[in-house]
Write a protein of this length. Structure first.
Length: 291
């Protein structure tokens, strides 16, 4: 499905019913936006990982402007609008297009940056905020470089230099990056499973931009992007995140600290605990027509 918003077509998909029978009444489930990372990726990596959450909430997946199926639907889109600010405004426009009230916002990696910026800009639009492996500012980049030098192979260091210098020139190069970096993205890397996930993803190369670069979605670099307001290298959302999103931000599940090599806590267990159950009150997920 596509939503014609803000001069483009945003692809979205919905999983789970919004209204379900609960004894003698019909119960309205909360709506959760599942926000993908990258940038330059699409929502497909969340399927079927997030599917169990559809028992608790109605899930809305979507592809950011210029990425995935949204990119295929708008091949002439202006890469100058492939930015964090535009992604935030697109997300809010999609919420309003669907006639939704406050949503549960689930952001992973770069999607978490979009989720934080959206919740800070539109606090009344978010009932709960779930952040997974993300950051509120560009300070993670120096630490990422340190870890890469400590643990990465020569090949991994080379592809990251391409990433950080904004040197990707084709979708194939971006796919190669994911293949090479897979072992550093997971405690237990399964090459076959990772290959299948990447095979389902859509990467788009665009021959428009700065210095003749081909832009794969918005992936040009983490922190040195020529795209204005791309990844928040110069932007620091920590203050606004604490003030505006703190009351809605879901805390991690209690337990012992993770150790290297152990399986991380399940994301859906955290999300299920965070979402309102049948007996709990929650803000309406749909807007009501005015009288």
């Amino acid at each position: 499905m596509f939503a014609p918003i803000r001069g483009t077509s945003l692809y979205f998909d919905i999983e789970g019913a919004g209204l379900v029978p609960d004894g003698p009444v019909m119960r309205e489930k909360p709506v959760a936006f599942i926000i993908h990372g990258g940038p330059g990726s699409d929502h497909s990596g969340f399927k079927p990982v997030m599917s169990p959450l559809s028992d608790t909430a109605q899930l809305v997946y979507f592809d950011h402007r210029g990425q995935g199926r949204s990119g295929l639907a708008d091949p002439n889109a202006d890469p100058a609008r492939f930015t964090l600010d535009e992604n935030v405004e697109d997300m809010e426009a999609l919420r309003r297009h669907l006639g939704l009230g406050p949503i549960v916002s689930v952001g992973t990696s770069y999607g978490g940056m979009v989720a934080m910026a959206h919740a800070a800009r539109y606090p009344d639009a978010v009932s709960r905020l779930i952040l997974v492996v993300t950051a509120a500012h560009g300070g993670f980049i120096p630490r990422a470089i340190e870890i890469l030098h400590e643990r990465g192979t020569e090949q991994q260091q080379r592809v990251c230099e391409t990433l950080w210098s904004g040197g990707f020139r084709s979708a194939d190069e971006l796919s190669h990056y994911y293949d090479v970096m897979g072992p550093l993205y997971a405690l237990r890397h399964d090459p076959a499973a990772a290959k299948a996930v990447q095979g389902r993803a859509i990467h788009i190369a665009r021959k428009k931009g700065w210095g003749g670069r081909i832009l794969c979605g918005t992936v040009t670099s983490f922190g040195m992007s020529p795209i204005p307001s791309g990844i928040p290298n110069g932007r620091d959302m920590r203050g606004t995140a604490r003030r505006d999103t703190g009351p809605r931000c879901v805390r991690p599940l209690p337990g012992r600290p993770r150790r290297r090599g152990r399986e991380p806590p399940r994301r859906r267990a955290l999300a299920r605990q965070s979402l309102p159950g049948p007996g709990q009150r929650s803000p309406s997920t749909r807007t009501r027509p005015s009288a």
